[in-house]
Design a protein around this ligand. Structure first.
Ligand code: PLP
Length: 340
């Protein structure tokens, strides 16, 4: 089937900068396919280019589009200490000659030194981001408010800040990047039975659902919970989809059947790695030479293995797993990976 640029056309009114440097490859994972009796493919969005890549680059095309249009000189963002979004934002801000202010939240208990020093922290330091901290990891509204307070202060000093908000009440324009990614995937013209992707803020997951459904593809898009449990995440994805419809003034016509969310891989919680997470990370590296990160993609793969065990992924089905990046966090989690 050929796909015209339907999603690109729908999104054309929204400001966007070009950050993606290539159509990311889809590769076959031969050894793991054999092991699991399925046809496992991986979409290498870890290779999305700028600043160590990952899924946030596609999302940032739209946030930066707004920031550039508004002639912002400073970008503010909040996230976990080893947040990839924060690091990717600092990299993109650097590219556009803007200052970045990153607020790091205490979301993960009992972490060793490297968590606070290496991985994404090290990269953000190289990028000369200004650091702020927020004591609560589960207070999206409060974390956003702290950014808005900082932005008010900056405006009083004559600066022009742009905030990338975390809370669910804000327009999820980052999801547009994954609506475009859906178009990119279907143009790669491979018959797929399903897609499996990490579901955190939900913008990647909901963006893929919105893109696929607008293109009239009805394959299941399974979201693996990395942040919240199934019930909370289902609500979140539904909310993001509703908000996308409002923004683009078009119906996606989604129902609860479109929202497939699984939380077996989440335990013991966001950013905490279990033996299962580590096994998934090691299996992918040792069978395929592909690295996964401990917070998002190893959990996604662990969730995928669970779907095979449950019979939701059946023999010989073709499954596309999204590699959403996050690799610098491997170094922030060094002690946990080596001594779990
Ligand atoms: C590497 C990686 N994968 C997946 C996700 C989840 O994406 P989303 O927040 O769009 O659900 C994130 C979010 O921070 C991430 O950094």
């Amino acid at each position: 089937m050929t796909i015209e640029n339907k999603i690109s056309k729908i999104l054309s009114p929204f400001p966007r900068v070009q950050l993606m440097t290539q159509v990311t490859p889809i590769e076959r994972l031969r050894s793991i396919s054999k092991l699991l009796n399925i046809n496992l493919l991986i979409k290498r969005d870890d290779m999305s280019g700028l600043g160590f890549g990952g899924n946030k680059i596609r999302q940032l095309e739209f946030y930066m589009g707004e920031a550039v249009r508004n002639k912002a000189d400073t970008i503010l963002i909040t996230g976990a200490v080893q947040s990839n979004f924060v690091r990717a934002t600092a990299a993109v801000a650097a590219k556009y000659g803007m200052k970045s202010i990153i607020q790091l939240e205490e979301r993960v208990p009992d972490m060793p030194d490297k968590y606070y020093e290496s991985g994404n922290i090290l990269l953000s330091k190289i990028l000369e981001a200004e650091f702020m901290s927020y004591p609560e990891g589960e207070d999206e509204i409060g974390a956003d408010r702290a950014l808005h307070d900082k932005a008010s202060e900056l405006r009083k000093r004559g600066r022009n800040p742009y905030i990338i908000n975390l809370g669910i009440s804000h327009p999820p324009i980052g999801a547009f990047g994954y609506m475009l990614c859906a178009e990119e995937i279907f143009k790669q013209n491979i018959e797929l039975d399903m897609i499996v992707v990490a579901s955190g803020s939900g913008l990647t997951h909901a963006g893929l659902i919105a893109g696929a459904r607008l293109l009239k593809y009805d394959i299941p898009i399974h979201g693996i919970c990395v942040r919240r449990n199934q019930t909370l995440q289902e609500d979140r994805i539904a909310t993001v989809l509703d908000k996308i419809e409002d923004l683009i003034s078009k119906k996606i016509n989604h129902t609860s059947d479109d929202i497939n969310v699984w939380d077996a891989a989440l335990s013991p919680g966001y950013g905490q790695i279990s033996e299962k997470t580590l096994d998934a990370l090691n299996l992918m590296a040792r069978k395929e030479g592909v690295f996964l990160d401990p917070v998002y993609t190893a959990k996604t793969f662990s969730g995928l293995l669970d779907l095979v065990d449950q019979g939701i992924i059946r023999k010989n089905q073709t499954v596309l797993m999204m590699h959403t990046g996050g690799l610098p966090a491997i170094f922030g989690y060094e002690q946990k990976i080596l001594h779990q």
